[in-house]
Design a protein around this ligand. Structure first.
Ligand SMILES: CCCCC/C=C/C(=O)SCCNC(=O)CCNC(=O)[C@H](O)C(C)(C)COP(=O)(O)OP(=O)(O)OC[C@H]1O[C@@H](n2cnc3c(N)ncnc32)[C@H](O)[C@@H]1OP(=O)(O)O
Length: 364
């Protein structure tokens, strides 16, 4: 576009502001920050507000974005805002990287798709545009779906992801919504939620199988130690960057991983954040079997359908005898991990890592 020839009028600017409200899809935080900064620059000029504190994550990200525009003239900011909205209006209406129908709230869940057929309850994480990051709503919905699956007439339960990721782990924006009691209350509530969430996996009574369709990060990896079988596409990777995030292991992995793969291999993953390929995770016992991505879904679901035809009570009882003597220990480990994490969430190391991700200064 020839910017010298184009000059957005005040009317164009107002139209663009109205168009933003009508966008059918959320354009994402990065674009929203860009829109915010251009709007402020166009209406108020360069940023001369005091910089918000490090714990005020959202306002700090906004301030950073606005301040980064420096002395950009108001008219240019107005033009850039109009151009950005116009590009969004066309791209967000046409783009669809997700299977058709996957946005439907077919099961009453906002963040999951839950189906039950052929003796299998399938719980599919369904935030593909966010790489299936687990927000607070998703934690609650998974607990609800697991409780329902434990009582339904299916023989086995499967957890999988929609889109290219299995899950990118905890949604880091969970850290931004600070309650009136401040960051201490936030950390306390997080620990309570995490303990209850992991507890549902420890207590799940039927065979629980992970179908790991793509990369897995953080809590979506650690929980795998509590599954009864883990089938992975050869596209999947397994990554627990807790130290990078100033955090510590959860999902009982501080106990299950050293047992599954040896203390040293567990340390490489949980302390040094080494990312494993599916083949490596299989060699270390975290993954049961790896399939080529091209035949992954077909081969795995054929196998699962055969498993689901086995007598369900026999499977439950066999799971119980394999897992029950560990349950008490696992609950104690879960409680300890949550209490340690509660402290970690209040650390500068953790706060800085989250701020860096949200302001897009870092990625894994
Ligand atoms: C209360 C219980 C707490 C339990 C404790 C749990 C701990 C953990 O799980 S620690 C692990 C936390 N996860 C991460 O640190 C991953 C952060 N994400 C990334 O590094 C990257 O997004 C990626 C490597 C997973 C994917 O990179 P890329 O392929 O380049 O895709 P984008 O970064 O553009 O992602 C698309 C879209 O999704 C958003 N997103 C992805 N992961 C997360 C996440 N974990 N939290 C929040 N948002 C996430 C990303 O921000 C993009 O959003 P838009 O910019 O709005 O499009």
């Amino acid at each position: 576009m020839n910017r010298t020839a184009m000059r957005a009028s005040q009317k164009d600017f107002e139209n663009a502001m109205n168009q933003v409200k009508l966008l059918k899809k959320d354009p994402g935080n990065e674009v929203k920050l860009k829109l915010y900064s251009l709007y402020k620059q166009a209406t108020e000029g360069p940023c001369n507000m005091p910089k918000p504190g490090v714990f005020d994550l959202i306002n700090k990200a906004k301030w950073d974005a606005w301040n980064a525009l420096g002395s950009l003239p108001k008219e240019t900011a107005r033009q850039n805002y109009v151009d950005l909205v116009s590009s969004l209006s066309s791209s967000l209406e046409s783009s669809s990287q997700v299977e058709p129908g996957t946005d439907r709230k077919s099961t009453g869940y906002e963040t999951l798709m839950v189906t039950s057929e052929d003796g299998i309850t399938k719980i599919m994480l369904n935030r593909p545009t966010k790489k299936n990051a687990l927000n607070v709503e998703m934690y609650h919905e998974i607990m609800h779906a697991l409780k329902a699956a434990s009582k339904d007439d299916s023989a086995i339960t499967v957890l999988t992801g929609n889109g290219d990721y299995y899950s990118s782990g905890n949604d880091l924006t969970n850290f931004t919504d600070i309650p009136p009691g401040g960051v201490e209350e936030k950390a306390k509530n997080g620990a309570i939620l995490l303990r209850e969430f992991v507890g549902c996996f420890i207590d799940f009574p039927k065979p629980l199988i992970a179908v790991v369709n793509g990369p897995a990060v953080g809590i979506s990896v650690t929980l795998l130690g509590l599954f009864d079988a883990v089938y992975a596409s050869d596209r999947a990777t397994f990554h627990t960057p807790f130290s990078h995030l100033g955090q510590s292991p959860e999902g009982c992995s501080s106990y299950t991983f050293p047992k599954i793969m040896s203390p040293a291999k567990a340390t490489e993953m949980l302390v040094f954040g080494k990312k494993l390929t599916a083949g490596e995770a299989c060699a270390q016992g975290l993954v049961t079997e790896v399939f080529p991505d091209s035949t992954f879904q077909k081969e795995v679901w054929t196998r699962l359908k055969a498993f689901a035809k086995l007598p369900p009570n026999a499977m439950r009882i066999s799971k119980e005898i394999i897992r029950n003597r560990e349950k008490e220990k696992l609950h104690a480990v879960n409680a300890e991990e949550c209490s340690v994490l509660q402290g970690r969430w209040l650390s500068d190391e953790c706060m800085n890592a989250v701020v860096n991700f949200l302001s897009r200064k870092s990625k894994l």
